[in-house]
Design a binder for this molecule. Structure first.
Ligand code: 2U9
Length: 344
């Protein structure tokens, strides 16, 4: 029986040696040391032994059990340590390796320009007013001194939804909407950014949907020089201190007098080049003194109140600022174009 025990011990220790997984050790333990195990079996047979043999076998059996138990625990630690080692090896981070850059988004170039323009006017005490893109014919045209029959309506080919509803062709309707809420009392000092829609065939300088920012100041004694001064500071802020502005007479149904505003060409410093078509000047926006009819329709007494207004296309401003030759780049969501404006 003693040899049998040692043979079991040898077998068990050999299995422990070969074991590679904790599970195997568990199985060996159950197999050799378990209730139904051969050593237990031997011990159960102790009854048949002589009195002098029993303690000897008992001692050998416990020695064998102890050595197998110990071998299993030692091997478990070895396997545990190897597992941790392997885990560490697989998880070691080579800090010298370049990091995996997470693609972080950033504002669209148009949004960047619009926010820059908004920040300028907010710094001048204006507030931002917004309104519906699906607008009524009244606010988009009538309230802007463009009665139903007015020819200028055709200039702005519109997406009509019903007789009375259309996709707004400019953000101007936000202004009579805002003025009406003032119950004829100034001051009004707002800028109105947003999407506008014109039934245009998209090409390098036209898009059926584009952005606009308009501004309006209504109060007592607002004069043309206030408009000129405001636009001068704006142009220098957006395009550089060395820029000059020029006001040219123009016509808009909702302003009288009306002007178009140019800045000196940033490419040729005003000497004339292909960008400014040899004029040295580049048009950036339109403006004028608010037409008394428009003030009146919005509930303001044109005898007491005057105002100025301006309108610009941030797309155009961005194209000038960044030398972009095709407006469609803004709307085709080509990341190669957009990611150039990632202000890291
Ligand atoms: C009210 C009174 C006056 C807004 C104005 C312009 C001149 C203008 C164009 C610029 C580029 C449209 O996107 S664009 O093509 N706009 O030139 N806009 S004055 O005048 C108003 C608006 C509302 C109540």
């Amino acid at each position: 029986m003693k040899d049998e025990l040692y043979a079991l011990q040898e077998q068990a220790l050999a299995d422990v040696e070969k074991a590679e997984q904790g599970k195997e050790l568990q199985d060996i333990k159950v197999k050799f040391l378990g209730k139904k195990g051969p050593i237990t079996e031997v011990l159960r047979g102790m009854g048949k032994l002589s009195a002098e043999e029993r303690p000897l076998i008992g001692q050998v059996a416990n020695e064998v059990r102890g050595s197998i138990q110990e071998a299993i625990e030692k091997k478990q630690q070895t396997l545990k340590a190897a597992e941790i080692e392997q885990k560490l090896a697989s998880e070691t981070i080579d800090v010298t390796l370049p990091g995996v850059s997470k693609a972080v988004g950033h504002p669209h170039p148009l949004t960047q320009v619009i926010e820059e323009i908004e920040d300028f006017f907010l710094s001048m005490g204006y507030s931002v007013a917004e309104g519906p893109e699906v607008e009524s014919d009244y606010y988009n045209f009538e309230a802007l001194n463009l009665p139903k029959s007015h020819p200028a309506r055709d200039m702005q080919d519109s997406f009509y939804i019903t007789e009375e509803l259309l996709l707004r062709t400019q953000t101007s309707p936000v202004q009579p909407r805002t003025m009406e809420k003032m119950n004829g009392r100034g001051p009004v000092k707002i800028i109105c950014p947003g999407k506008v829609y014109r039934r245009d065939n998209d090409d390098a300088t036209h898009s059926h949907q584009f952005m606009q920012i308009e501004g309006l100041v209504v109060d007592e004694n607002i004069r043309m020089s206030d408009l000129k001064g405001t636009l001068e500071v704006f142009a220098k802020e957006m395009f550089g201190e060395e820029r000059d502005i020029r006001l040219r007479p123009s016509f808009f149904p909702f302003t009288e007098p009306s002007v178009e505003v140019d800045i000196s060409c940033s490419i040729c410093q005003g000497k004339g080049c292909s960008v400014c078509k040899q004029t040295g000047w580049i048009e950036i926006l339109g403006a004028g003194m608010v037409h008394p009819r428009v003030l009146e329709m919005a509930g303001f007494d044109p005898e007491k109140y005057t105002g100025f207004a301006f309108g610009m296309g941030p797309d155009r401003i961005a194209m000038l600022k960044y030398g972009i030759e095709d407006i469609r780049h803004f709307y085709t969501n080509d990341l190669r174009f957009i990611q150039q404006f990632n202000r890291k």
